[in-house]
Design a protein around this ligand. Structure first.
Ligand code: NAD
Ligand code: UFG
Length: 340
């Protein structure tokens, strides 16, 4: 059985669905600080399988000991954490406590239970402002905010852990920009309050929840002056976890992979693709650059393809069509959705 921390969240719920469809058994551990239980009910409805879950915090060592002693867990996929870059600047202690201390408590409990296989959610943010693109896994790492530093710290902790004990099998997955939703439109991203990220914001403008998108900067050295990112469909990302876990069944040590498509799209290209998918206009206006943003960031995903056999299947059109389906079926996210 696979313990999925943060399994009720955006990427977690899609991964739980993929795991269940592949015939795996899972147990979700989530404190629901940024998730709705409906996501798990919907995964259950979509798969026709029960989704067992425990409400609790990864920083609760006693709870983790109970979880590991009561269930036959052989591996962990670790999504739980806080992820808002701006908020991390305001609340660094919360971010280090949740993301770094949380992972320490989790790994210690795993060690006590002799469960030494873990897939960790890292981020392309660990590359800072890369000297060139596409980005390979051996590029220098750097962090420009507490969120990014928390990811880098955990990566380093996991490296040290593997050196200390060769039984550990660890996969570090560096996600580029996850977007989209399951193509049923039943699960998707449901940000609290005003979305920080581009695609949820664009989607809320299209549905009429927000008036206008602020495009942060049109003076970057890119094709149209707006920022370029590697958007990746969340279902492709989910599949990457399954393949990483499978790889760990055959290999020890730490294995780090970029999960991206290798293609970069500008903010205006994303807006255009969304307008096409939704057949709605997305009003936007230019604003100054957002602090900490970089001009371009996209992956060289060749390592994941060579080693895991993983490649992204879905293109930007599908990412936008699926986001729009989710948005239309759930205009206000999970909270007051009329779907069961
Ligand atoms: P999310 O907020 O939707 O999911 C995180 C889940 O963890 C939520 O369900 C939340 O309730 C839970 N959680 C948070 N702290 C917890 C704790 N202490 N104990 C138990 N549960 C806790 O975010 P997501 O987009 O699904 O991201 C999942 C992981 O991927 C995170 O670690 C995030 O940093 C990483 N990541 C996300 C992105 C992105 O753009 N979405 C990019 C790169 C990396
Ligand atoms: N953008 C806008 N307007 C908005 C939001 C974003 O113009 O309202 C622009 C940004 O300036 C950037 C692009 O859209 O050029 C993408 O921005 P996002 O906020 O969607 O994503 P980021 O690339 O800034 O960061 C995301 C996650 C990070 C993660 C990183 C790399 O938020 O947590 O991808 O994985 F670290």
């Amino acid at each position: 059985m696979i313990l999925v921390t943060g399994g009720a969240g955006y990427i977690g719920s899609h991964t739980v669905l993929t795991l269940l469809e592949a015939g795996q058994d899972v147990l979700v551990l989530d404190n629901f600080c940024n998730a709705n239980k409906k996501s798990l009910e919907r995964v259950s409805a979509l798969t026709g399988r029960e989704v067992p879950w425990v409400e609790g915090d990864i920083r609760d060592a006693a709870l983790l000991d109970d979880v590991f002693s009561q269930h036959e867990i052989d591996s962990v996929i670790h999504f739980a954490g806080l992820k808002a870059v701006g908020e991390s600047v305001q609340k660094p202690l919360d971010y280090f406590d949740n993301n770094v201390n949380g992972t320490l408590v989790l790994c210690s409990a795993m060690s006590r239970a002799d469960v030494k296989k873990i897939v960790f959610s890292s981020s392309a943010t660990v590359y800072g402002d890369p000297a060139s693109v596409p980005i390979r896994e051996n590029f220098p790492t750097a962090a420009t905010n507490p969120y990014g530093r928390s990811k880098l710290m955990v990566e380093e902790i996991l490296q040290d852990l593997a050196v200390s004990d060769p039984q550990w099998r660890i996969s570090v997955l560096r996600y580029f920009n996850p977007v989209g939703a399951h193509d049923s439109g039943m699960i998707g991203e449901d940000p609290n309050g005003i979305p920080n990220n581009l695609v949820p914001f664009v989607s809320q403008v299209a549905i009429g929840r927000r008036e206008v998108l602020s495009v942060f900067g049109n003076d970057y050295d890119t094709t149209d002056g707006t920022g370029v990112r590697d958007y990746i469909h969340v279902t492709d990302l989910a599949k990457g976890h399954l393949m990483a876990l499978d790889y760990l069944s055959r290999h020890d040590g730490v294995h780090t992979f970029n999960l991206g498509t290798g293609k970069g799209y500008s903010v205006l290209e994303v807006v255009q693709a969304f307008e096409k998918a939704s057949d709605r206009k997305v009003a936007y206006e230019f604003h100054p650059r957002r602090a900490g943003d970089i001009a371009r960031c996209y992956a060289d995903p060749a390592h994941a393809e060579e080693v895991l056999g993983w490649t992204a299947e879905f293109d930007i059109e599908k990412m936008m069509v699926d986001t729009w389906r989710w948005q239309q079926k759930n205009p206000n996210g999970y909270s007051d959705s009329t779907l069961s």
